[in-house]
Design a protein around this ligand. Structure first.
Ligand code: HEC
Length: 494
């Protein structure tokens, strides 16, 4: 009896409140938050606060942000104005989808478009002495900045704020002069690396995964979670070209996992998250006719083999990898990889006269090396924990992988590409997460990120593995070398 009434005492108020918290939280949101985060939570001065936007922020962390604010940003602390129950309710509310699915249509996209300086008015000559093809675009994610770095002297040429939370790698115009990046909230920015000036911006979606740029330099394609769309922009000024709604032939809508360019095919390739299809969209045909390829699973990230005939993707449900033949338009092989391979970070090289791809694994401490001529797993190289990124360069004997997850995240491991084993294990800043690396255009230097508030960008000699320089940075994440990117260089992600 006692037990029952106790239960009732705990449960009854919960039941009684079951309908009201949402209303209360909504009212609190409109009163305290919408001025910065927009009435529909789509973001304005502050970022969007929808479940998709907050996917990487645990709800507990959201509670803390609301209570204490974020120092050195516009986000205020609400501990004095709101009770802890109200703060909990508000946080819970942010992780619920809105009653009405958020809209972001043609008119909204067009209204968000700004051209800062038309390309034609910008002189076609770099305003600095450094090699424009050996520049790095370095994303500092801790405080949402980009650094443009001289890739020979390792000095920052300029540094400026970006939209909140850049997502996916920046992409370049074919000559390497213009760079494009996207933010989590769908803002796409074009920047002139020669004049060190922004060219244009537009908001192509509410929640965006990544962008791809066509090899002919004419288009960008934006992959969105919200709305379920692919958006084509004209690269010249970022004006809207077209919106492609993403759904299968039965009308089931889907988020887009990722989009990449396949240069020899003159097409964009997109993997879909909620329907079992891969899409190929040729950008050299004016109406960009869509080609659907059955995938046999929901696909997350992927990469290509060197001639872009095949695509290797991670399957969401069966895990493992699958190979899709883009010419034949079908799955030709399932690769029984354990854990969750991160094939989007897969890199290729020649090993004993054969093309191979190596991929890190976000669940298991191993790198898998797959032969690209028969799709057999040649070797699983044990590492000190699950990894996220893998990088190399045609001129380097080494591939570098991080141990992104788990207790050994301070470690990076250097793999000998010839004998497929760990050549050296580095601990660049003990206790701090060592992550993403990128090579310079010649493969002579490696830039490594220590992903910490008090982190650094560390430059190594790629052959001797000796440290050359350390630049303090706040959570430096990706680094992108102009030459390697515009040449779709071996060893880096596209
Ligand atoms: C004066 C403007 C302003 C107000 C008012 C405001 N915010 Fe924020 N909020 C921001 C900014 C700016 C950021 C991004 C801070 C940063 O750079 O990390 C932010 C970040 C956040 C984040 C973290 C988002 C993420 O992706 O990590 C949450 C959660 C949040 N706000 C919730 C709220 C809630 C709930 C309210 C109302 C109780 C509120 N904010 C009121 C400006 C504001």
């Amino acid at each position: 009896m006692q037990r029952l009434s106790l239960l009732a005492a705990v449960l009854l108020p919960l039941v009684a409140h079951a309908e009201s918290p949402k209303v209360d939280a909504e009212a609190l949101y409109q009163q305290h938050c919408q001025s910065c985060h927009a009435p529909g939570r789509l973001g304005a001065q502050g970022p969007a606060l929808l479940p998709e936007s907050l996917a990487r922020l645990p709800q507990k962390a959201a509670v803390q942000v609301i209570r204490d604010g974020r120092p050195a940003t516009q986000m205020p602390a609400f501990a004095e104005q709101l009770s802890s129950t109200q703060i909990d309710q508000l946080a819970a509310y942010l992780y619920q989808p809105p009653a009405e699915p958020p809209h972001w249509d043609k008119a909204a996209i067009r209204a968000s478009h700004t051209v800062f300086t038309p390309r034609a008015e910008l002189p076609a000559k770099p305003v600095f002495k450094a090699d424009p093809l050996n520049l790095f675009v370095v994303v500092e994610s801790g405080n949402h900045h980009i650094n443009i770095l001289d890739g020979d002297r390792f000095e920052v040429i300029t540094r400026f704020p970006t939209h909140y939370a850049l997502h996916g790698g920046p992409k370049f115009s074919p000559d390497g002069r213009f760079v494009f990046w996207a933010s989590r909230d769908g803002w796409v920015t074009q920047y002139d690396l020669w004049n060190l000036k922004p060219v244009a911006q537009i908001r192509a979606g509410i929640n965006t995964r990544n962008i791809a740029s066509s090899q002919d330099g004419r288009y960008l394609m934006v992959a969105n979670y919200l709305p379920n769309s692919l958006v084509v922009l004209n690269a010249e000024d970022l004006s809207l070209n077209r919106i492609i709604e993403v759904k299968d032939q039965q009308g089931t809508p889907s988020r887009v996992s990722a989009v990449y360019t396949a240069p020899p095919r003159n097409s964009f390739i997109a993997a879909l998250k909620d329907v079992e299809e891969i899409w190929e969209i040729p950008y050299d045909q004016t109406d960009m006719p869509l080609r659907r390829i059955r995938a046999g699973d929901y696909l997350d990230d992927f990469s290509f083999d060197p001639d872009y005939r095949h695509l290797l993707a991670t399957s969401r449900d069966s895990h493992g990898g699958q190979v899709i033949d883009l010419d034949a338009g079908k799955v030709i092989k399932k690769i029984p990889l354990k854990g969750m391979p991160h094939l989007g970070s897969g890199i290729t090289w020649q090993w004993q006269g054969r093309p191979v791809m190596a991929t890190p694994n976000i669940q298991q401490g191993q790198l898998s090396v797959i032969a690209l001529d028969n799709w057999q797993i040649i070797k699983e190289i044990p590492t000190e924990g699950p990894g996220f990124f893998l990088r190399s360069h045609a001129n380097s004997p080494y591939a570098w992988t991080d141990v992104f997850f788990g207790p050994n995240q301070e470690v990076v491991q250097v793999i000998d590409k010839a004998n497929l084993s760990v050549a050296k294990t580095l601990r660049p800043m003990p206790g701090k997460n060592a992550a993403h690396v990128e090579f310079d255009r010649y493969g002579k230097h490696v830039l490594l990120s220590v992903w910490d508030k008090d982190g650094a960008l560390i430059i190594y000699n790629a052959d001797t593995l000796e440290e050359i320089k350390r630049l303090p940075m706040n959570k430096p994440s990706g680094k992108y070398n102009v030459f390697n990117k515009i040449n779709y260089a071996e060893g880096t992600s596209h």
